[in-house]
Design a protein around this ligand. Structure first.
Ligand SMILES: Cc1ncc(COP(=O)(O)O)c(C=O)c1O
Length: 381
């Protein structure tokens, strides 16, 4: 009785409110057999059977070989930097979620911010070289909104200067270029399976690497550095994914294609509905890229009648919660703004985009009718 009362005090969402995203959840009935199996096994974590199965199934789904699950993407980033023994300075983008740069500070590494390209919103490879110093050891780019970075240009610079490349691929689940996963670029890539992502395990993440040896080191690091019952070889962390999250991931994997198709329809619908709204622009899809439709960012251009912030507020007044991803820039937060590379003069394009961007709601359960409601509010109808 007590337990049921506790459940009933958790508030339900207002049905008319539209948030920027709504996590995809398969039918609850389908998850119950997985829970029963966990209860039968009494294995809750520490690389249990669901964890092992999800690593295999995800690797097959994504078309890669070496993947290590994590309890979230942030610990994946922190651990990837540890696994590659990155120190000193790392070149990164200010136009991302704050966890990208936080993973550097947690490793005692100095972030060096480099501006982004206007049309991809990813780090501009042409500006990387000028930011390299004798202390630079790596580049940490982000495939922002799941749109691939210029990986060839970045790799060329890394090879010339003997730098490692770690991709923050938190947004890039399932994205392919020329038919190959973009997660295979660089030395390592890190995914997030947070509730807001196209593939979610409530919380979760993964590191993708290139060899069984590297995966083994990552697996040790995410388990406190233990290699056997009595031997600890590194100051590792607890980054393990639990069996509940892994089991949920296996079920999600059965639904992910359907969820992606829904997103694709919504993406196409937005493009159609918004194409005649003056002052609203959006990024075109690239011909050689299989996207994942994870976000729908629009730019509020100067000719739009009101500012980005006024539009954001107008949408909120209509119970529509779009998000200003990414505003403020990471370089504007108090723990970063003192770094020499954090100035607006060094980051003019990121600063400009950050003032104009708005991510519109996109998630599989969003209806065409709700999209029309959103676009009506935008166009002031
Ligand atoms: C670009 C980026 N990097 C890192 C993260 C951190 O991932 P997590 O929330 O799984 O820790 C996120 C989002 O959550 C993100 O959007």
């Amino acid at each position: 009785m007590k337990r049921a009362e506790n459940v009933s005090v958790v508030p339900l969402q207002q049905p008319s409110t539209i948030y920027v995203t709504k996590p995809y959840l398969p039918p609850l009935q389908e998850f119950l057999p997985y829970l029963e199996r966990i209860w039968q096994n009494s294995i809750l974590t520490n690389g249990g059977p669901f964890h092992q199965q999800l690593e295999k199934s995800l690797s097959a789904h994504l078309g890669l070989e070496h993947l290590s699950l994590f309890s979230n993407g942030t610990l994946g980033l922190v651990t990837a930097l540890q696994a590659l023994r990155i120190t000193g300075e790392v070149i990164t983008t200010p136009y991302s979620f704050v966890a990208t740069a936080h993973s550097l500070l947690w490793n005692g590494i100095k972030p060096v911010f480099v501006d982004v390209e206007k049309h991809t919103m990813n780090i501009d490879p042409k500006k990387i070289e000028a930011a390299i110093t004798p202390q630079t050891t790596a580049i940490l780019p982000v495939h922002c909104y799941g749109r691939p970075c210029d990986t060839d240009a970045i790799q060329k610079i890394a090879d010339n200067y003997n730098l490692k490349v770690i991709y923050d691929a938190a947004h890039a689940f399932g994205v392919e270029k020329h038919g190959k996963s973009i997660l295979l670029n660089g030395d390592m890539s890190v995914l997030s399976f947070h509730a807001t992502k196209v593939f979610n395990t409530f919380e979760g993440g993964a590191i993708i690497c290139h060899s069984a040896k590297e995966k083994q080191r990552i697996d040790h690091l995410k388990n406190f550095g233990f290699i056997d019952e009595v031997t600890v070889v590194a100051p590792g962390i607890n980054g393990k994914m639990s069996e509940i999250n892994a089991a949920f991931g296996l079920l999600q994997l059965q639904h992910v294609q359907h969820a992606m198709e829904k997103r694709q329809q919504l993406d196409a619908n937005y493009r159609e509905l918004l194409k005649h709204v003056k002052g609203i622009s959006f990024l075109p899809h690239e011909a050689d890229v299989t996207p994942n439709y994870s976000y729908f960012p629009v730019r509020i251009e100067a000719e739009f009648p009101i500012s980005r912030d006024a539009l954001y507020q107008r949408l909120r007044d209509h119970d529509i919660y779009a998000r200003r991803y990414f505003y403020p820039l990471i370089s504007e937060f108090p723990m970063y703004r003192g770094f020499p590379s954090a100035t607006t003069q060094n980051l003019p394009i990121a600063s400009e985009i950050s003032k104009r961007i708005l991510c519109l709601p996109i998630y599989p359960a969003l209806t065409a009718h709700e999209q029309e409601r959103i676009v009506d509010v935008i166009s002031g109808a």
